[in-house]
Design a protein around this ligand. Structure first.
Ligand SMILES: Nc1ncnc2c1ncn2[C@@H]1O[C@H](COP(=O)(O)OP(=O)(O)O)[C@@H](O)[C@H]1O
Ligand SMILES: [Mg+2]
Length: 376
């Protein structure tokens, strides 16, 4: 009975001529931690409000466990929402804030007391039960809001950027707590965020949105390693992404070895792919900066499909656990390739590669990736 399956099918919502949601479909599984991820203004809150019942779509269906919920008022949907701004009652204590939804339903006193204590404990606020919101930290306030949203035992919890008002360290801690809370209560969570690292670290699956559309739905691993569109490749993590044209395609182990012409790299790149691609197809080639190696001498390798380019370090950025290098290639386009190098060993003399050094950047054919939908 716990979580609910949420189906959103071909939902659109326009404000005047502006399409806030354009034919959006997502299927969220029972008990899943599902994130809606995308830049500000892409329609995340609009979709959440439609699921919650605070807004209504122009077209499409919204169902909980196969049942049409659009005719139902928000309080009849078995969903509850946590907002970025907490929305607590300032004059009520932690206890009374959390008890509020039960008081509205005229639940008897003893039952309220039992449940409030249970939920206070769940969000680890046992020591703060008599405090007013003004005496709490941001993280504690958000925990009150979460307990208050859960006490009615909804079957889906909607969270709209609940951590964005908090500082980075605290955000990380609360995120871990939220993940544990999700495991404990076992209901469906729909989590809205514009922060890709948040979404990647807690979600079972993610829908990446842009301009009112869902571009890709997948596990964090799928979204990161196999971005479906150029936007997804560039929005999730960092990437080196360049337009390319397929030159040849040969079977290779259980995949295909593709040669692509990448004008911005000034040459041909070898890259493997599960699909046979037509010669002449125009795609994007992408490689993650952490998969690119940087060396001061040409890499010694027997791998004939190693892609190697010579360049000059334009800008090294040392940041403790890693260095970022922006390498300007030695070709007509003078394109930049980003390289992230982890500092896995102690360096006696500091970083061995410096500004203006001549270097070689390289990656294997399996480390690159071809993006099929270039959003062009
Ligand atoms: N009530 C409204 N009237 C007009 N435009 C709106 C309204 N609500 C949202 N929008 C617009 O719809 C777009 C999507 O908004 P929203 O869903 O809040 O985005 P997100 O939560 O992803 O930042 C934005 O461009 C926003 O300005
Ligand atoms: Mg929003």
């Amino acid at each position: 009975m716990k979580g609910v399956e949420v189906t959103v099918e071909q939902v659109s919502r326009a404000y005047g001529d502006f399409k806030a949601l354009d034919n959006v479909s997502v299927q969220i599984k029972k008990g899943e931690f599902f994130s809606l991820l995308g830049p500000s203004g892409c329609g995340k809150t609009t979709l959440l409000r439609i699921i919650a019942g605070f807004d209504y779509p122009d077209n499409g269906k919204v169902e909980f466990d196969g049942k049409d919920i659009l005719p139902l008022a928000p309080d009849k949907r078995q969903s509850n929402t946590v907002f970025q701004t907490y929305a607590l009652f300032p004059h009520l204590t932690v206890y009374e804030n959390i008890a509020f939804p039960l008081r509205l339903k005229h639940v008897d006193k003893e039952e309220i007391d039992k449940k409030v204590k249970e939920y206070v404990h769940l969000v680890q606020l046992d020591d703060h039960i008599t405090k007013k919101p003004s005496m709490l930290s941001g993280g504690q306030k958000q925990r009150v809001a979460i307990a208050r949203a859960l006490i009615n035992e909804p079957r889906v919890l909607l969270l709209d950027e609940p951590l964005s008002a908090l500082d980075a360290k605290l955000r990380q801690n609360l995120l871990v707590e939220l993940d544990e809370l999700h495991d404990k209560v076992g209901i469906t969570f729909i989590y809205v965020t514009h922060d890709q690292s948040e979404a990647l670290s807690v979600s079972d699956r993610i829908a990446v949105m842009n301009k009112g559309k869902v571009l890709q739905i997948g596990t964090p691993y799928e979204i990161y390693e196999a971005p479906a569109t150029r936007f997804v490749a560039q929005f999730i993590g960092e990437s080196n992404t360049f337009p390319c044209t397929v030159l040849s395609c040969e079977p290779y182990e259980n995949e295909f070895m593709i040669k692509v012409d990448v004008p911005m790299l000034g040459g041909t790149v070898s890259v493997t792919d599960y699909d046979a691609l037509e010669v002449g197809s125009k795609l994007d080639f992408t490689v993650r900066p952490e998969k690119v190696r940087i060396t001061s001498t040409p890499p010694r390798s027997t791998n004939k499909e190693l892609n190697t380019y010579k360049g000059i370090v334009d800008e090294p950025v040392y940041s403790g656990f890693q260095s970022k290098f922006y390498v300007r290639l030695d070709n007509e386009q003078k394109s930049i390739v980003k390289v992230f190098k982890q500092h896995t060993a102690f360096l006696d003399d500091g970083p061995e590669i410096d500004w203006r050094d001549t270097v070689y950047v390289s990656w294997t054919a399996t480390d690159g990736y071809l993006v099929k939908d270039t959003d062009r």
